[in-house]
Design a binder for this molecule. Structure first.
Ligand code: ATP
Ligand code: MG
Length: 398
């Protein structure tokens, strides 16, 4: 028996005129993702993408499907995925294949119903008739089952399409969201902590292609701390796709800041300097927004007044997807996306090295601007931008 994968869109199905652009981007992402798995053919119809393995034997196809399902769970834009058996467009063939194919799913269920979708209106049976007939046969074959049309354990779906009919039972939840690449490019300020990788995942889920930037302050921060950040990039690749990573030499700026500026403003000034550098790197790399892992009230630099001072340092929009989330909710996502264990490795970040004893909780922009006057940061920013290194992390199927 030959199987294929059906990919169902979520929110994308609601798009009006733009829909085909969203579909095209998703299909491109799916193709790219499965290139290393093997040769597949693709078609799309009615909010569904059909992924068909092109191998000689059923066994080889089945292996490819297994690997493809693993990859596709990470692809945003897919609301649900299901494996389905391919049948001839002939009711006898549909039942002959459906009965053995559904053995596992129906064996462990108590109730079921059959749904039919008929995009080929030339098929001799209408949908209610397909449901009734196939339902009857399944009841005969699996005598422990009952039909429950309102709340069945299993919904058996028959889809009669252009060239074949397909039968499937179980739907698996997909990554949801919108396809990466449909919402523009964003530059993520990536620390080694728990929050910023989660912010990356959340924006990728809304269709943003993410590029990362990290500020390193050797020797205050170690090489291992930077390796940890790079490892976080790698962890994000299955969701975000290949990613460019920029590393900014930040030591001199932090030392000058510490020597010449009032201690209570260290953190807020540092964040403003990060924004100004990130903005330049963003503009050079076609990114239209900055992304951070800030969450309201989490630390002194994340009060409303402090965020306002940070925002004032850049003309780019700053996206903060975690702004209203509790730490426990953020940790839950970081575990789910498998960045948590890396994030809690104990290497220092440049922020922690230079933390003031009594940071200003409600800084006023005028005072902050006054505190950074006359230090000559412009030249240091230019130097840091010039010294920034770039690395590309390419995604490879696992
Ligand atoms: P995280 O868990 O992401 O480190 P945090 O709660 O420790 O966040 P801060 O250290 O105040 O908060 O940093 C707030 C945000 O600033 C981070 O989420 C990240 O986006 C950015 N940031 C902080 N330090 C760095 C750094 N060294 N390089 C790049 N971005 C940074
Ligand atoms: Mg941090």
């Amino acid at each position: 028996m030959r199987e294929i994968i059906l990919l169902k869109y979520g929110e994308m199905a609601l798009k009006g005129l733009n829909r085909s652009t969203f579909e095209d981007v998703m299909l491109r992402n799916v193709r790219r993702r499965l290139k290393q798995v093997g040769a597949f053919a693709y078609t799309k119809a009615q909010s569904t993408v059909y992924v068909m393995p092109q191998a000689e034997s059923d066994a080889a196809c089945s292996e490819m499907l297994e690997a493809a399902m693993k990859e596709l769970r990470y692809v945003f834009g897919i609301a649900a995925l299901c494996r389905a058996v391919e049948c001839e467009k002939d009711f006898a063939d549909i039942t002959a294949k459906a009965v053995p194919y559904l053995a596992d799913a129906l064996g462990s269920a108590q109730t079921f119903k059959v749904e039919a979708k008929r995009s080929d209106k030339g098929f001799p049976m209408k949908s209610p008739e397909i449901c009734r007939e196939l339902g009857g046969i399944l009841l005969q074959e699996y005598s422990h089952l009952r039909v429950d049309v309102n709340n069945p354990d299993i919904i058996v779906t028959v889809e009669v399409r252009d060239t074949h009919a397909y039968v499937h039972a179980a739907k698996e939840k997909g990554a949801g969201g919108l396809p990466v690449g449909t919402a523009g490019n964003g530059l993520l300020l990536l620390s080694g902590g728990i929050d910023s990788p989660v912010a990356a995942w959340m924006m990728a889920k809304r269709g943003v292609r993410v590029t990362a930037i990290h500020f390193a302050s050797p020797p205050y921060t170690s090489e291992r701390a930077q390796m940890k950040v790079e490892q976080l990039c790698e962890k994000l690749l299955p969701w975000c796709g290949s990613m460019a990573f920029f590393c900014v030499p930040f030591t001199e700026i932090q030392e000058v800041l510490q020597r010449q500026c009032p201690e209570e403003y260290f953190t807020i000034l540092m964040r403003r300097l990060m924004m100004r550098i990130a903005e330049q790197i963003a503009r050079q790399n076609d990114c239209d927004a900055l992304i951070t892992g800030e969450s309201l009230g989490q630390v002194a630099s994340q009060t409303m007044q402090a965020l306002a001072c940070t925002d004032a340092a850049t003309a780019l929009p700053v996206l903060r997807p975690l702004i209203g989330m509790d730490k426990t909710e953020i940790v839950e996502i970081s575990r789910k996306i498998d960045t948590f264990e890396t994030s809690i490795l104990p290497y220092e970040d440049c922020c922690t090295v230079f933390t003031p004893r009594h940071p200003k909780l409600r800084p006023k922009l005028d005072d902050v601007v006054a505190a950074e006057q006359g230090v000559g940061f412009d030249a240091m920013i230019a130097e840091a931008v010039a010294g920034t290194t770039k690395k590309i992390f390419a995604y490879h199927s696992q």
